[in-house]
Design a protein around this ligand. Sequence first.
Ligand code: UDX
Length: 443
Amino acid sequence: MKICMIGAGYVGLVSAACFSDFGWTVTCVDKDPNRLASLKAGKSPIYEPGLEALMERNVRVGRLVFTDDLKTAVANADIVFLAVGTPMRRGDGYADLSYVFSAVEEAAQYLDGFTVITTKSTVPVGTSREIERRLKAKRPDADVAVCSNPEFLREGSAIQDFTHPDRVLVGTDDLRARDVMERLYKPLALRGSPVMFVERESAELAKYAANAFLALKISFINEIADVCEAVGADVQEVASAIGRDRRIGDKFLHPGPGYGGSCFPKDVSALIRTAREARSPVSIIEQVERVNHERKLAMAVRIETAAGGSVRDKTIAILGVTFKPNTDDMRDAPSLLIVPMLQERGATVRVCDPQGRPQAEPMLPGVVWCENAEDAAAGADALVIVTEWNEFRALDLEAIKSRMAGSTIVDLRNVLDPATVRDLGIAYTGVGRGRSPASQKAG
Ligand code: UDX
């Protein structure tokens, strides 16, 4: 089976590397010369645990090739995956499909023999049909079937997620395409992952519905955390109690500074727009978008309150700026709202992040970059954990305290044990862990 993967972004690159590891021959096409040069040199342009090793072993045996030669890749392919970006369009919040359509139109010229064309990028409902329409207009003679095959992997655990998915979802009404996709995913089916065949519109909508539901779950537990603080309950206990109900499930019930990343904010926004356009608004998801934005601002206020009511002329140490651990991705990271708000209110901000600096540096002007948590703590009035990198779970709190000017820790991910922190004479503010004077919403 020969695969052409158009787009070597997060989803494209991980999918290409994993498919090649199944034994398929994958040609990954990208137009960005810098990205391509890095890939050809065996370097992943993104930080993702395990990815470079996977790329290396498949490139070595010739199963994974990086190129800008779309013509040969498409002409030889049994399946062409569209994994180009679908960013949020500035101004109206819709998914921007210009990269998808230009890739389709370019690829159309080179199609040769029966080819399955399938979206891997998250695309609004109806996109597969629109791709089909454009293909037929451009190449009425081409023998193609257009599918939708959304990807559910998470950054930071992308390879594990790709190779052990809860389900593989394929939207198609074409029997030959179904056969090709069944063969493609056989290695995962044999390992026990269900491969589901559904209508194309169902596959497209399911991806948005899944992400919106997960975003809803996070916003829900964030609000419950606030209630916990108001009534003196512990959100960890509440989450673990409700999570045991299998109808609710115990995942995605960690309160924090609000969700970020390349998917949730963009997909929530796109679903809201699609639903409004279809005259079937998802008002609950519209609330989620608003609640999540306010959540990030409320976290800056929480830090200010914990620092004694004002951060003017104070130094705040921020541990972790990426939107989650094990990635260098800064897209829609809560830190991008929290840090500037602290700076606006007069704070000096010292920052450390195990992988985030190259991406974050231009996005967070005016901060002082530090090597590690202890370095960041030097002279700080308050220390704040924004992203739960593992190394922040086992901080040497005594060393940190001795370097700080103040003695306040704000733990926005609940990774520290409050009693241990308080025993050292450090004031502790977590999220939803009993009554907290710092638990005020952004006004
Ligand atoms: C998400 C989806 O999980 C994945 O299925 C989809 O394909 C892409 O979008 P990703 O953005 O990589 O994956 O990260 P994820 O681990 O889902 O976290 C998203 C955000 O939610 C992060 O900012 C994270 O900190 C936050 N989060 C997650 C919480 O605040 N609490 C939780 O309990 C879980």
